[in-house]
Design a protein around this ligand. Structure first.
Ligand SMILES: NC(=O)c1ccc[n+]([C@@H]2O[C@H](COP(=O)([O-])OP(=O)(O)OC[C@H]3O[C@@H](n4cnc5c(N)ncnc54)[C@H](OP(=O)(O)O)[C@@H]3O)[C@@H](O)[C@H]2O)c1
Length: 372
């Protein structure tokens, strides 16, 4: 007796029903998935089966998620493609794979953040109901670059405040969480002078807005062509990094936040005050930003802190308050339809995005908000 009940072939895969399961074989990727038989509905999703470049990405039909009793089914309306997504795609740095899946990605569907609407709730769900608009983020990856995602009601998820669009909500998650995390690691006094390197990035553009909300004196860097954009956020002192080297400024700063990880503690020492603090979003040459915190703490004086990110839900809660108060609005560079996920990853990987890049699942529009 044959175990195969039926099989269907698409251009890129075979779907074979075997006893109580459905076997999906992706010939080009040399991969397969064994899914429960009750999977009858398919959605569009951006997938990859192996760590690698954006060439691995396919946008195709994929079985709808199966809802567990403590989960809600979210119809995704917007999600960003961000620098954490690029790490989830490539599995780099290698240690990241122990969080995202080793040796292969835990889930083929890409994503880390989302904004959408609850369409169904599991039997034991009490915190959310059908129709709620929700947003959230997980730096270890979420299968959110798809029409639907199932997510625990206890996950990093909050209601979207009134007046905030799906795109704005999704763009307030990843980079803003890292910005909040940077600021948690340092102590400010009313007169603190802070320099933010890379104010046009996702993290940098959130950092300067939060610092301004805290009434901190901010100096920021941006490419000359984007100085006006950063001034519009309320930053008065903006240095064009392509014509002035900020590490040679005559001013002294209590805190230097390198949001794009393009400087070093060594180069920034001369612009730090006696007990000034240096933070960078990158590990630095020879992962120096991981061991310099210990060395500088022993030596005393100017310090390095590496902002290891923690407590995403608390960050989202804080950003939620800023969104409601009107003190924070994410910058959105451009949006792509889900079908162009590969192009979105290529654009973001180049390291030139301004604020955030969206996948628009609500209108499926390709739009440029900030021209190059
Ligand atoms: N530590 C962590 O947990 C963590 C988490 C997420 C991300 N990261 C890292 O944090 C960094 C920032 O992330 P992000 O999402 O904010 O980056 P991003 O949005 O991709 O940053 C791009 C921006 O950086 C600007 N830029 C490039 N070179 C610059 C320079 N030399 N000086 C000043 N600005 C420069 C670009 O402006 P122009 O194109 O106009 O030059 C562009 O607007 C990335 O390196 C990422 O890998 C770290």
């Amino acid at each position: 007796m044959s175990l195969t009940e039926w099989k269907v072939s698409f251009s890129d895969r075979w779907i074979i029903k075997v006893k109580n399961h459905v076997l999906v074989c992706y010939s080009e990727q040399n991969s397969y998935l064994l899914l429960p038989r009750q999977t009858q509905h398919y959605m569009k999703a951006a997938l990859r089966y192996h760590y690698g470049t954006s060439d691995q990405i396919i946008v195709t039909e994929f079985p709808n998620p199966q809802l567990k009793s403590n989960e809600v089914l979210i119809r995704i309306r917007a999600t960003t493609v961000n620098r954490t997504d690029c790490g989830v795609l490539t599995g780099a740095p290698y240690i990241f794979r122990f969080f995202v899946g080793w040796p292969h990605p835990r889930t083929p569907v890409l994503g880390t953040d989302f904004a959408g609407v609850v369409e169904e709730v599991g039997k034991s769900v009490t915190k959310f109901k059908v129709g709620d608009r929700v947003w959230g983020f997980d730096d270890n990856g979420l299968p959110s670059q798809a029409d639907y995602m199932a997510y625990s009601e206890n996950g990093n998820m909050l209601p979207i405040p009134e007046g905030i669009s799906f795109q704005q909500a999704a763009a307030s998650a990843e980079a803003a969480h890292y910005a909040v995390n940077f600021l948690k690691k340092v102590t400010f006094t009313p007169g603190s002078r802070v320099l933010v390197n890379g104010a046009t990035g996702g993290i940098g553009s959130a950092l300067v807005q939060i610092l301004l909300h805290k009434e901190i004196d901010v100096t920021a860097t941006a490419a000359a062509k984007h100085v006006a954009l950063i001034r519009k956020l309320g930053v008065h002192k903006v240095i064009a990094y392509d014509s002035v080297d900020f590490t040679q400024l005559p001013e002294r700063f209590d805190i230097v936040l390198d949001a794009v990880g393009k400087s070093t503690f060594g180069k920034c020492k001369s612009i730090l005050t006696e007990n000034g603090v240096y933070l960078s979003s990158e590990l630095g040459d020879g992962i120096e930003n991981l061991y310099l915190p210990l060395l500088t703490a022993i030596r005393g004086g100017k310090q390095v802190i590496f902002p290891i990110p923690t407590d995403i839900k608390a960050s989202l809660g804080y950003i939620q308050e800023l969104l409601i108060a009107g003190s924070f609005r994410p910058i959105i560079d451009r949006s792509y339809p889900l079908a162009k996920a590969k192009e979105a990853y290529d654009y973001v990987s180049a390291g030139r995005k301004i604020g955030n890049v969206m996948l628009d699942l609500e209108n499926g529009k390709e739009e440029v908000f900030i021209p190059e």
